[in-house]
Design a protein around this ligand. Structure first.
Ligand code: MRU
Length: 356
């Protein structure tokens, strides 16, 4: 069902807290099957994140936050210090599920830091506080994503042809998405001509997931191979590019799905504005630039096979980075919940993190 004109209570939700477990749509089955899976312990949450059942930077932060609570609720009554030691172990474990998106460690840190402010409370009370904080992170992400979409409208030209990469929508967040939210709102405002969707090799988040969301929302789009993007730009068929982010360093260098950097270089060569849409939770204030970002490397089989068919000779040596880093000078501006952030990013991104 389309989310158009619906209120926030009726939108599609990829992640839902159901009284005592987490229900997520298993994104590995999309677009052919809509299968939901219930996660009841941290091991299941870890596995769901690692295997991309839950994916997209904000979504994995939300899932990990609930995962930490799911582990905490099994812990016995004890002193604050022993409880906290176990929580730190769980935090460390969940943080190993995927390395690049900062939202994961951000969400876990937020819960752990909240606990530190309640050392005097009973263990039962602490568990409730953890669940409440996970729900706050979840609800807040929905608000931030909606705001990103609304604030992003100022950069949308009339009858825009927008190119996007990977999946940044309802599936990747609590709702609306980041880059997808800007696109969704442009469509609502009658300002969108079409979306060019990069297939996003090797796991096809564009072909499998973004097209699925666009179809649901009745937004006009065409799917392209990643390597067609430059040709379209050369032919004047792209007005702007909007992508999401997995980790933004303090100077604006941005890690996002592999292929993003190539798009940014092409955009520069064709003088096409290149925007990154993200909430404050995607900014890593501890990193001065992108050189310190850990890039996830994934299995060979993601490249050497297509479905169940081998497409490279056996024993082919493979390098499969899942993300790349776009340097700040290739980014026109960031679209955030607080508005559009222009360079100087080092200075201007600070306003996002200081007041939250
Ligand atoms: O490997 P994935 O599918 O988790 O990668 C996701 C992306 O790269 C998205 O662009 C990013 O997380 C932003 S999601 C709002």
């Amino acid at each position: 069902m389309s989310n158009q004109q619906n209120s926030d209570t009726e939108i599609f939700r990829a992640i839902e807290w159901k009284d005592d477990y987490l229900r997520v749509i298993d994104q590995t089955f999309l677009p052919s099957r809509e299968i939901y899976t219930n996660l009841t312990n941290p091991g299941q949450v870890w596995e769901a994140i690692r295997n991309l059942k839950v994916r997209g930077a904000p979504a994995i932060g939300i899932a990990a936050a609930y995962g930490l609570y799911l582990g905490a609720r099994e812990l016995p009554d004890s002193s604050f210090d022993s409880f906290f030691l176990e929580i730190e172990r769980l935090q460390e474990y969940l943080a190993t599920s995927r390395p690049t998106a900062v939202n994961l460690e951000w969400a876990l840190n937020r819960i752990v830091n909240t606990l530190l402010g309640h050392k005097d409370k009973e263990i039962d009370e602490l568990k409730k506080i953890m669940l409440k904080t996970a729900k706050t992170i979840h609800d807040e992400d929905l608000r931030l994503c909606k705001s990103i979409g609304e604030k992003g409208q100022q950069i949308i030209p009339k009858k825009a042809k927008i190119l996007t990469h990977c999946n940044t929508g309802f599936l990747a967040t609590a709702g609306y998405g980041t880059a997808f939210s800007v696109i969704w709102h442009a469509h609502q405002n009658g300002n969108l001509e079409k979306v060019w969707v990069d297939e996003t090799r090797p796991l096809f988040q564009g072909a499998r997931l973004t097209t699925w969301e666009l179809q649901k929302e009745e937004i006009p789009f065409q799917l392209i191979t990643d390597s067609a993007a430059g040709f379209l730009m050369q032919q004047d068929k792209v007005d702007i590019i909007i992508v999401g982010a997995d980790r933004i360093a303090s100077n604006g260098d941005t890690a996002n799905k592999i292929g993003t950097y190539s798009l940014a270089v092409l955009a520069k060569a064709h003088e096409i504005p290149f925007f990154v849409a993200a909430p404050y939770s995607s900014i890593d204030t501890g990193l001065s630039d992108g050189s310190g970002i850990t890039i996830e490397e994934r299995k060979d089989i993601e490249i050497t096979s297509f479905g169940n068919k081998e497409i490279a000779p056996s024993k082919t040596d493979v390098y499969n980075p899942a993300f790349d880093i776009t340097p700040n000078h290739l980014i026109t501006a960031f679209i955030t919940e607080k508005g559009v952030i222009d360079p100087d990013f080092e200075k201007n991104l600070k306003q996002l993190t200081i007041t939250e």
